[in-house]
Design a binder for this molecule. Sequence first.
Ligand code: WT7
Length: 655
Amino acid sequence: MSYIESALQERRSFPPAAEFQGHANVSGLDAYRALCAQAESNHEAFWADLARRHIDWHTAFTHILDESDAPFYRWFDDGQLNVSYNCIDRHLPVRADQAALIFEADDGGGYQLSYRQLHEQVGALSNALKMHGIAPGDRVVIYMPMSPQAVIAMQACARIGAIHSVVFGGFSAKSLAERIADTQAKLVITADGGFRGGKTVPLKAVVDEALQQPGTDAVGKVIVYRRASNEIAWHAERDIWWHDCVAGMSTVCEPVWMNAEDPLFILYTSGSTGKPKGVQHSSAGYLLGAILSMLWVFDARPDSDVYWCTADVGWITGHTYVAYGPLALGMTQVIFEGVPTYPDAGRFWRMIQQYRVTTFYTAPTAIRSLIKLGGDLPEQYDLSSLRLLGTVGEPINPQAWMWFYQTVGGSRCPIADTWWQTETGSHMIAPLPGAVAAKPGSCTLPLPGIMTDIVDELGGKLTGDQGGYLIIKRPFPSLLRTLWNDPERFKQVYFPAELGGKTYLTGDSAHRDEDGYYWIMGRIDDVLNVSGHRLGTMEIESALAAHPQVAEAAVVGKPHDIKGEAIVAFVVLKIPCPEGEAASEIAADLRNWIAKQIGAIAKPDEIRFGDNLPKTRSGKIMRRLLRSLARGAEIDQDISTLENPAILQQLNATS
Ligand code: WT7
């Protein structure tokens, strides 16, 4: 069988500091191992016990896991609860006056909402939604700027049992319309506009355009939050101002008790091919994953932490680690409307200083761009409140890891490199920071109860450090339940027959080192086959990024007569984009560098320089576009989700 060769050598290890370990929710490797052993010995009892302890149930469950219709697994399915009750009401006896949300606007202004105020505002909007005919099970699409109101809207849906589908505020009218049509939403919640980096982002206008598309007729009402006071068109029979619809509403809304398996939300995730997949999550299982990972991976301490996750609510990270997880624990969290580089690249560090942030969770792409724009800026701020850092979304290259660790975390804060997916709902592989030593670039070990493994394409076991398919062998509560309207695709994509139909296929490749640590190598679809060697793109990218002159790199394959595939690297340098001879010289230098770092087999056949890489708004490199560029093919893909379209021309021209 072909396995994926691993060439990365990273041996540094950072064990938890004694001080951190001493106070941690899970303290020491033995405590972590004990949890894992409990899960191994009685998987169902392990989860049932946690579900009873950490969720407030309206009706206790008696069933734990139902596998009779696998892979459509059901958890705790005769239990009843309300997710919003668990995120807000249950904290009121002790936390009514504690800040739940600290909002900082793009222009630096802002305000706080206590748990009491959050309860009132969610209650009022819930009553308004009911008045406009929204019933349990109805779909509501949310197209909002990053704001407390986005969280309030999600919580209000959860409170009345409506299924929300948040669409990121950067998506085009076409993408929005597709999601509205697929969910058959009855109502849309939006804002007139939002602010990002000093610019107004029109949102209502995009909704207007989307609602002219076929398939969106189920939408009867559009609730509009006034944020930017930009000029908008108004459809009197359909549009309602948020402030008008909550005015005079009671702020008390009894939660609707839902079954554990009732869908909480649908979130669309685009694969590399085909139409976006409507990932459908449950209520109780999802909430449990959010709560446990907050406790285990973020070592949550609701009484003293100030927590900040920079993700937008349009992504799964903004669902689990902004809208639900932190609130379920009664945390105080920062919500930021703007971008990391406005008004300058010190924005994040200034905010950490100002709010005394303890826990900071962001993406490697943001870290790399901040290194590029001002690697020594953090030193100008007091970041001593920080005690824990986290990353998500893609592998973090060891250079960026070290910078984050030393320059931001003062060599004091553990870093949780969290591997998970929209589909898994919560962290799957990540260090428990008071227990598991970190290694730069590795997401380390699976969470207790998460039975990961690495196999070949037929499910055969791989040994040693052979790379292969990353799978999860047993169901766990926060896993997606199905794809909205498409159960067949759900089975095909995630539970393929080749693996027996009951094993969750993550779509990522990974290998393990001698300590059992996981190293993510990239998406399976991105694996290169060069002269019969299967190479993960991530390793070559990481090696390129280790070169002192390189800020960022992306690697793709293009067909090659002899080698099968040739390697094409797109590189962003720390210096201005070189041309002509200068470019050839640096390219030659980089090829030699790769030969030394990994081996001649991984030397890029072609290197193109640009000021930037094409990315989605969530910061993911759009490899399918780069593959088209590398092949010299026409770009026929939908590029509406591209953050920086101009970059395509540049990368094309520098070939
Ligand atoms: C894919 C999931 C999970 C929330 C944000 C993205 C990649 C994610 C890591 C990590 C290496 C990672 C994987 C995964 N990924 N986190 N820590 N190390 N790769 O959610 O859009 O569903 O993407 O992101 O390839 O499958 P998503």
